[in-house]
Design a binder for this molecule. Structure first.
Ligand SMILES: C[C@@](CO)(OP(=O)(O)O)[C@H](O)COP(=O)(O)OP(=O)(O)OC[C@H]1O[C@@H](n2ccc(N)nc2=O)[C@H](O)[C@@H]1O
Ligand SMILES: Nc1ncnc2c1ncn2[C@@H]1O[C@H](COP(=O)(O)OP(=O)(O)O)[C@@H](O)[C@H]1O
Length: 286
């Protein structure tokens, strides 16, 4: 039986500028995406029966709402056979954290099934399919750290410094839509050039709104500020802080109050999904 296990990494928005709003309500962004080596793990097994099965079930998510299921359904018309798939998942990425776990699971599913079902779609075609499920999916299909524009689909490769990060999730989840519909959100940050972004970075326009709506984020932000330049990823709730040395990151982590989930991870400019998939493809008999 054909089995493929792939990681689905989280992402950080090193900064996130909102430069306008489209007539359909979506916001035009400028952001730099970088992956982290904190990953979900997805194992795919093809099945004779034409069904999509996901185990274990995820807290509060019906199978038809699971982005893994939705991604598999999107690819079905391109299959070369009528085989189904069984997906087992080890979930490590917190939900509603702004690190894109659901989007990454969906992108990993598209990449895995494109290979296992021999759909032969290009990365651009997969990214377009993925974008119909979520604005964050194309970056995980692209597979390289990127300066992103539009709603996150216009991607230009970049290679920012890849430090260690202390990642902290306050005791709350932030729905993306709540932040994007807040009337206090700054939506008119002037557009910058990529060279400016790489040299000077930027800020996150969602930070002030998220701190005001979620006192848990505000409290964690103020605590972390004593150790450096704290950033919010996406629309939150996760905060992160960069360190050159892993020991320094671990020291701050060890002093964090127990009610916050914390991780020390490393920034990656290439996606671990693509690294592992390419190795797997290279090992298959011709
Ligand atoms: C803000 C970002 C930055 O990376 O990340 P997260 O904090 O969600 O991880 C993303 O653009 C989020 O992408 P994603 O989480 O896939 O969002 P989607 O499901 O496409 O959209 C959820 C809702 O957010 C709003 N939305 C999303 C993206 C965008 N550029 N403008 C928007 O206004 C829309 O109201 C949409 O209905
Ligand atoms: N496989 C999945 N993993 C995580 N979340 C999922 C998944 N499928 C659907 N979802 C839904 O997507 C929402 C956003 O998830 P996620 O991408 O992890 O957060 P964020 O967009 O804040 O980074 C979750 O709250 C959940 O309801």
């Amino acid at each position: 039986m054909t089995e493929l296990t792939l990681p689905a990494p989280g992402k950080l928005n090193l900064f996130l500028h909102i430069i306008g709003q489209r007539p359909d309500g979506y916001h035009n962004l400028q952001t730099v995406f970088q992956f982290i080596d904190l990953c979900d793990s997805l194992t795919f097994n093809l099945t004779a029966e034409d069904r999509i099965v996901i185990t274990p079930s995820m807290n509060g998510i019906e199978i038809k709402d699971n982005l893994i299921y939705k991604a598999a359904v999107l690819l079905k018309p391109y299959r070369k056979s009528q085989q189904g798939v069984s997906v087992s998942i080890v979930k490590r990425l917190p939900m509603g954290g702004g690190i894109g776990g659901g989007s990454s699971d969906a992108a990993t599913t598209l990449l895995a099934l494109n290979t296992l079902w021999q759909c032969e779609l290009s990365l651009d075609e997969l990214a377009r399919l993925g974008a119909s499920l979520g604005a964050d999916i194309p970056i995980f299909i692209f597979g390289h750290a990127a300066f992103a524009e539009g709603i996150g689909e216009k991607l230009t490769k970049v290679a920012p410094k890849a430090p260690y990060y202390l990642l902290l999730k306050p005791n709350c989840s932030v729905p993306t839509v709540q932040i994007f519909t807040d009337k206090h959100l700054t939506r008119d940050t002037p557009a910058i050039r990529i060279s400016h972004a790489l040299k000077l970075g930027g800020h996150n326009d969602c930070l002030e709104v998220v701190r005001r709506l979620y006192p848990e984020v505000d409290e964690a932000f103020l605590w972390l500020t004593q150790f450096g330049d704290v950033k919010l990823t996406g629309t939150g709730a996760c905060l992160f802080l960069a360190f050159d040395l892993i020991d320094d990151a671990e020291r701050v982590r060890a002093s964090a109050p127990d009610n916050w989930q914390t991780w020390v991870c490393r920034g990656c400019n290439t996606s671990p999904t693509h690294d592992v998939l390419n190795q797997w493809i290279a090992q298959q008999p011709i």
